[in-house]
Design a protein around this ligand. Structure first.
Ligand code: 5AD
Ligand code: SF4
Length: 439
C-alpha cells in the first residue's frame, strides 16, 4: 500500500518549525511528507498564539482547508501547537471541520488519535501539558531545503510570565532536554553535512540538565567540530551571564550574534511587563557583551503601545535603541492575549492609531541603525557560510557571516557550494544585507 501523505503548515517561532520536524518523525511510519497540500491525506497546521494577528491568519487559512475537505472525503485536518493549547475544544466546533486538536506536549498521542479517527470517525483532543516531555529521543525528520543550517531544540516551555505573553500558558513549564542527546544530534547533523546549528529555547540561558549549564552545553556543542557554527535563541536579559560570554569568546565557531529581547527601554514599563530587569541592568549586560565580544551583533524584540505606556516611556525605548545601536529588531504592536496577567489586570488603553504611530517611529529608527551598522562592514572581508544560490537579482550566492548578516556575492569561476566557508569582501550594503565579492 502506498503511504498516505502529510502536509504540515507552520506558523510562528523557530520552535514551531523544529516541532514540525518532530511531528513528521512521529508520523513517519504511516505518512510521507509532501509540500503540496492538495495531495495531502492529513493536513496539520502548527499554530502560533503570540498575537491576535497570528491566530487570524491561521483561521482564514483553515477556512480554505475546510472547504477543500467538503470536496475530498478522507481528508483529515489537525490543529497543533499553541492555538490548539489555548483554544482546546473550541477548535472542534462543527463548522471549523477540524478532526484533531493536539497541544505542544502531546504529539506522541497523534498515532493513537489517528487510529480512532480512522476506525470510528472519532475526533481527537489531547492538550495535556507535561513537566518532562522534551522529545529528546525523537530524531526530527528535517524537511528544510537548506541542508547547511538546522535548529536543535534544547528546552521547552517558559515560566517567566511576562505579563503580556501567552507562551507560559500554551507551552507549559520550563524543562531542559538531556545534554548528551543534544550533543549527539549536533554530531549527527555535522556528519550529515550540516555546518550550523541553532540551539533553541524560550530562554536558553536558564538551560540546566543535571550539572550541565547552558555555557557548558554550548562548549560541548562547539567541541563537536571547529567547522560547525553554533548559534542560540532566545536569551533573557535577566540571566545572560558573564560565564556564557566567556565561553562564547573562547570558541571562534560560536557565532558573534546575540538576540537579547528588551521589549521596552523604560524601567517602569519593564516592571509592568514583569521582565525582572531595569533599563540600567539591560545596558550593563550590553556593555558586558561589548567587552567580551567586541565584534558581536545585537538584535532585539520591541513591543510598542503596551498597557499604560506614556509618551515619555515610548521615548525611552527610542533612546535605548540609539544607545545600544541594534543591528536588527523584531518590532510589534502590543496585542492583548486572553489569559495573560495583562489581560486580567491592565487596560489595553493605547488607541490603535497611537500604537501604529509609535511602532512606525521605532521601525524608522531601526532602519537607520541597521544601515549604520551595516555600513561599518564596507571594505572589510568577512567569512561567509554559503547556504545556496539566490535568484532574486540574477544569480548570486547567499550566505551569512558570524554576525548573522545575510551576505550576497556574485558567482566567479571558483567552485562554491552550500556548506563551504568563503571570504567575501564587502563592497555595498542595505539595511538588511551586505553585498560583496569573493576575496
Ligand atoms: N503582543 C505583541 N508582541 C508580543 N510578543 C510576545 N507577546 C506579545 C503580545 N501580546 C513579542 C515579544 C516577544 C516576541 C516573541 O513576541 O517581543 O519577544
Ligand atoms: Fe508563537 Fe510563542 Fe507559541 Fe512560538 S511559542 S508558536 S512564538 S505563541
Amino acid at each position: 500500500m502506498m503511504k498516505r501523505k502529510l502536509y504540515i503548515e507552520t506558523y510562528g517561532c523557530q520552535m514551531n518549525f523544529a516541532d514540525s520536524d518532530v511531528l513528521a518523525a512521529i508520523l513517519a511510519p504511516r505518512y510521507g511528507r509532501t509540500d503540496d497540500y492538495k495531495q495531502a491525506d492529513l493536513i496539520l497546521m502548527n499554530t502560533c498564539s503570540i498575537r491576535d494577528h497570528a491566530e487570524q491568519r491561521v483561521l482564514n487559512r483553515l477556512r480554505e482547508f475546510a472547504a477543500m475537505k467538503k470536496r475530498r472525503a478522507g481528508l483529515y485536518i489537525g490543529i497543533v501547537g499553541c492555538m490548539a493549547e489555548r483554544m482546546k475544544e473550541e477548535l472542534l466546533e462543527e463548522a471549523l471541520k477540524v478532526d484533531l486538536v493536539v497541544g505542544p506536549d502531546a504529539y506522541r498521542s497523534l498515532p493513537a488519535l489517528l487510529d480512532r479517527l480512522e476506525a470510528e470517525g472519532e475526533k481527537g483532543l489531547d492538550v495535556e501539558l507535561s513537566k518532562e516531555e522534551t522529545y529528546h529521543d525523537i530524531i526530527p525528520l528535517r524537511a528544510a531545503e537548506n541542508k547547511v543550517s538546522a535548529f536543535v531544540s534544547i528546552m521547552r516551555g517558559c515560566q517567566n510570565f511576562c505579563t503580556y505573553c501567552v507562551v507560559p500558558y500554551t507551552r507549559g513549564v520550563e524543562r531542559s532536554r538531556p545534554a548528551d542527546s543534544i550533543v549527539d544530534e549536533a554530531r549527527r547533523l555535522f556528519e550529515a553535512g550540516y555546518r550550523e546549528v541553532t540551539l533553541l529555547g524560550q530562554n536558553v540561558n536558564s538551560y540546566r540538565y543535571n550539572d550541565t549549564s547552558f555555557a557548558r552545553l554550548m562548549a560541548a556543542v562547539a567541541e563537536v567540530n571547529p567547522l560547525l557554527r553554533v548559534r542560540f535563541a532566545t536569551s533573557h536579559p535577566k540571566d545572560l551571564s558573564d560565564g556564557l560570554l566567556e565561553v562564547m569568546a573562547a570558541y571562534p565557531n560560536i557565532c558573534r550574534a546575540i538576540h537579547l529581547p528588551v521589549q521596552s527601554g523604560s524601567t517602569s514599563m519593564l516592571k509592568r511587563m514583569n521582565r525582572k530587569y531595569t533599563r540600567e541592568h539591560y545596558l550593563q549586560r550590553v556593555e558586558a557583551i561589548r567587552r567580551f565580544l567586541p565584534d558581536a551583533s545585537l538584535s532585539t524584540d520591541i513591543i510598542a503601545g503596551f498597557c499604560g505606556e506614556t509618551e515619555a516611556e515610548h521615548q525611552e525605548t527610542l533612546s535605548l535603541m540609539r544607545e545600544v545601536g541594534y543591528d536588527s529588531a523584531f518590532m510589534f504592536k502590543y496585542s492583548d492575549r486572553p489569559g495573560t496577567f495583562a489581560h486580567r489586570h491592565y487596560q489595553d488603553d493605547i488607541p490603535e492609531e497611537e500604537k501604529t504611530r509609535r511602532l512606525n517611529e521605532i521601525i524608522a529608527l531601526q532602519n537607520e541603525l541597521s544601515l549604520a551598522c551595516n555600513r561599518k562592514y564596507i571594505g572589510r572581508t568577512v567569512e561567509v557560510l554559503v547556504e545556496g544560490v539566490s535568484e532574486k537579482r540574477g544569480r548570486q550566492y547567499i550566505g551569512r557571516n558570524t554576525q548573522n548578516k545575510v551576505v550576497l556575492f556574485e558567482p566567479t569561476e571558483a567552485v562554491v557550494k552550500p556548506g563551504d566557508y568563503v571570504q567575501v569582501r564587502v563592497t555595498r550594503c542595505s539595511a538588511v544585507t551586505l553585498l560583496g565579492e569573493l576575496a
